[in-house]
Design a protein around this ligand. Sequence first.
Ligand code: SF4
Ligand code: SF4
Length: 346
Amino acid sequence: MGAYAKNVRDTAKSFWEGMSITLSYMFRKPITTQYPDRVGVPVRDTIPARYRGFLEVDMDICTACLACERACPIAVINIDVVKGDGKTRPKLNMERFDIDIGKCMYCGLCVEPCPTGAIQHTREFEGAVMHFDNLTLRFVPDPTNPIPAYKVPKGSDAFPRRPLGEITRKLIKAWDAPPPPFPSMEEAAKAKEHGAPKEGGLDPSAMGRQLAAKALSVKEDKPKLQKVLEEAMAGTDCGDCGYPDCFGYSNAIAQGKDTATDKCAPGGADSKAMLETILVTLKTGAVPAPATPAAGAVPAPATPAAAASPAPPAEAKPEAPAAPEAPASPPPAQDEIPLGTKPPPK
Ligand code: SF4
Ligand code: SF4
């Protein structure tokens, strides 16, 4: 009986202990946060500075080195670079810099190799949208108005950057923003071509020969030769070549310490071809002649015999009745007979 009474007393005591804690909350100030509309401070300002939220690119200090695009393991970043000659048009121009934040896994691998800190994670995370296409942040708003790449001043190691998050906040659309217009056939075809080499204002073979002639004239002057070689590189000083900057790589080639021509990743095939032309010229002492189109590629002019022979008999039929009556008048050339001529109805 004594044990039974003790159990009842313990139960009542523990029940009251639990309930007293619960009841005490009725008299405390509630701490529930009415997210997102009734918070005193924006939530992003309360999270740690090293949080990996949406990516942001400050195009003012982006060198178009493509290091971030290459580093991304799942192809979230898409950059289209158009090359210029460096005189009438900047050497590198970006006509597209897209980041698909719906696909990004926020690993930060793209941020690490950026030489200027242009691409960084922000503390932005609120990006619910109704349409997938609104999840692509476009840092070049108008592809017809490309953004020139930033040229890093020699020796600088700090780069002014816009406040982190400012650019991305403007690019994130309201959750119910309408989707981008349905792409036209031309736009869809252009999207398919993404990643293919671009036609630009630069003719790499002509420029390579130009630089080769310059290099030949300063062959013995290594500092001048280095400058010519550097012109063939992208000039982003990204360090992808294994040297600290473009100067290091071009100087190594000028000094004969390096003969590899394919180390300038941002310059790509154009840089490689130009460097090869220069090195071949330095070796042979003569600038290679421009390539001429193959003779077989030019269509042979049509001769009367040749014109007559391929004529399909079916297409000649409509002209046949008129021919015997007017032998003196020049018959229509076979290749002028409209290909779309329909045979007479039977
Ligand atoms: S954070 Fe990772 S997944 Fe996202 S873009 Fe950068 S490298 Fe790619
Ligand atoms: S400068 Fe930075 S953001 Fe610009 S292409 Fe290079 S790695 Fe990417």
